[in-house]
Design a binder for this molecule. Structure first.
Ligand code: GAP
Length: 513
């Protein structure tokens, strides 16, 4: 497809056209950075959630799942540091009146240097052909090294300035790099200011007695405040984890890039409680385990990279992002954070309740350290969806649009067609739907020529199409067509379940981890 921007536009319009994602309240012209998942999107999202849950909870004897409330006691957010420190540095452009996150403007600048590196690699690969050694080129080419050094120095300076709350230096950096407003090209900037991202709301009927609450900005705190309840009732022994999925809310300053940065989104988080002093080992282990989970989906190792943080959040002693190659470049998909004992210790102080673990083996009591894995479900959706959308040239000088979703995540696993709407073929096709629907999400379609139906399902991401024809009446066989290869095979109707299960079972995919 033409270029990254075009490709991203195609992703957004395809998501709407094929019933994946709609703008929220579209009939009222939408609500900025809020989206609704449509019939196929809700199912894809559910499948991703389940793929995560199985890998994290079902496959780990020492990890359990909970579902905490979105509303939490307001002191939670004092204790967690969100009231005082959950801020983004914002900057306004005086000419366009547009507001930006200062750190994102700088990161985008560095992203452009990364794109230049990728271009150098492509050029060299073309020049040297089979003899090209990418690693050696990246380690020795003076131009690449220059871009890399410049990018690293910029990020380091920004990290240090944000750490010291030196917002004047962040503005100086923007001016020195001559960063312009992406909309107007103007370099006329205001000072950088901090902006708290939590949404406030009220609990209670009368104004005098109402209690100020926040919509949770992360699901993690619901896990921390329940740490001891779960540990005791589940008789959990350290190391152990608590997982949950659920909505989180952030009043993002710059909410753009479709479902990449939303104001209401869903997280899938796991807090792993470990003995103090062992957190580094667990941090490394979880980085590896989570990357394997991503790779199990077969979207290509070149699309992922780690980005270790220079600037650490107020609670962390180490943090890394798994970044994914989105249509707009490499961006954070998941965070792995070594959160120390910050949260539990702070909840102890603010609540006055002990949140300690008694270690029977060592006969000592301590506040556990925590390693967290935190992934945005919507962001994972975007990674899967955007990576799957391809336009293929076919042998007969035509092309087709295919959504090559990993079959395990596809919302509909098979579409069943009668070749024609008569001669008893619809009845057989309906019976196949009846049999398969107990195990898989399937659909029936009899409208249009069969070629058109294939194209419709290719674009919707359905891995299998099953066609019932006149031979089916005589020999109980059907044609099964694979979305990605377009290969068609004649198979007995009785074998359909096992053929589909072989391709879509979570077990088969998760075993690749
Ligand atoms: N509990 C730790 C935490 O919340 P985070 O890095 O702020 O850490 C974790 O968020 C993940 O949540 C991110 O890697 C991203 O996938 C997702 N996420 C964060 N803000 C988001 C937003 N505004 N829209 C969509 N996803 C978001």
């Amino acid at each position: 497809m033409a270029n990254n921007e075009d490709q991203f536009k195609k992703v957004i319009s395809h998501a709407k056209e094929y019933g994946y994602v709609f703008q929220s309240s579209e009939i009222y012209d939408g609500l900025s950075a809020v989206y609704d998942y449509a019939q196929n999107g809700a199912q894809l999202k559910k499948n991703i959630r389940e793929y995560w849950w199985k890998a994290m909870v079902q496959m780990h004897e020492n990890i359990v799942g909970i579902d905490a409330a979105i509303f939490m006691h307001p002191t939670t957010w004092k204790a967690s540091g969100h009231v005082d420190a959950f801020n983004d540095p914002l900057i306004d452009n005086k000419d366009s009146k547009k507001r930006y996150r200062a750190d994102v403007l700088i990161e985008d600048y560095v992203g452009k240097l990364d794109t230049k590196i990728e271009k150098e690699v492509k050029k060299a690969a073309k020049r040297f052909g089979d003899a090209f050694d990418k690693d050696q080129f990246l380690a020795t080419n003076p131009r690449v090294l220059g871009y890399k050094e410049k990018g690293d120095a910029i990020l380091k300076r920004m990290g240090q300035s944000l750490e010291k709350e030196d917002l004047a230096d962040v503005k100086d950096l923007i001016e020195e790099l001559e960063i312009a407003c992406p909309l107007s090209g103007s370099k006329n900037w205001t000072d950088v200011k901090q902006f708290n991202l939590m949404f406030g709301t009220k609990l209670g009927a009368s104004a005098e007695n109402a209690m100020d609450l926040y919509l949770r900005p992360e699901t993690a705190q619901g896990i921390f405040v329940n740490f001891l309840n779960v540990q005791k009732t589940g008789r959990m022994k350290i190391p152990f984890g608590i997982a949950q999925t659920g909505k989180a809310f952030r009043n993002e300053i710059v909410a753009r890039q479709f479902i990449f940065r939303m104001r209401e989104f869903e997280q899938m988080e796991m807090q792993f409680f470990v003995k103090p002093g062992t957190q580094k080992e667990w941090y490394e282990q979880w980085k590896e385990t989570r990357l394997k989970w991503h790779l199990s989906l077969g979207m290509g190792p070149d699309n992922y990279r780690f980005h270790d943080h220079e600037k650490l959040a107020h609670y962390a002693d180490a943090a890394s992002d798994i970044e994914f190659r989105f249509p707009f470049g490499f961006k954070e998909l998941e965070g792995i954070h070594s959160r120390t004992d910050f949260d539990l210790k702070s909840h102890e102080e603010f609540s006055g309740k002990k949140l300690r673990y008694f270690d029977h083996e060592d006969n000592e009591s301590y506040i556990p350290y925590v390693v967290e894995t935190s992934i945005g479900l919507d962001r994972m959706f975007l990674a899967v969806f955007s990576n799957s959308l391809v336009e293929e040239e076919l042998d007969n000088n035509t092309s087709r649009v295919v959504l090559k979703l990993p079959a395990v995540l596809a919302p509909t696993k098979a579409a069943i067609f009668p070749l024609v709407k008569k001669d008893g073929l619809p009845e057989i096709a309906r019976q196949i739907v009846e049999d398969l629907k107990w195990e898989f999400d399937v659909l029936y379609d009899e409208k249009d020529a069969v070629g058109k139906r294939y194209r419709r399902q290719d674009a919707a991401g359905t891995p299998f199409c099953i066609t019932v024809d006149h031979d089916s009446i005589a020999d109980n066989t059907v044609t099964i067509r694979h979305r990605d290869t377009m290969e068609q095979k004649r198979v007995p109707i009785a074998d359909l379940k096992s053929i589909i299960a072989e391709e879509v079972s979570m077990k088969k995919w998760l075993m690749k981890m």
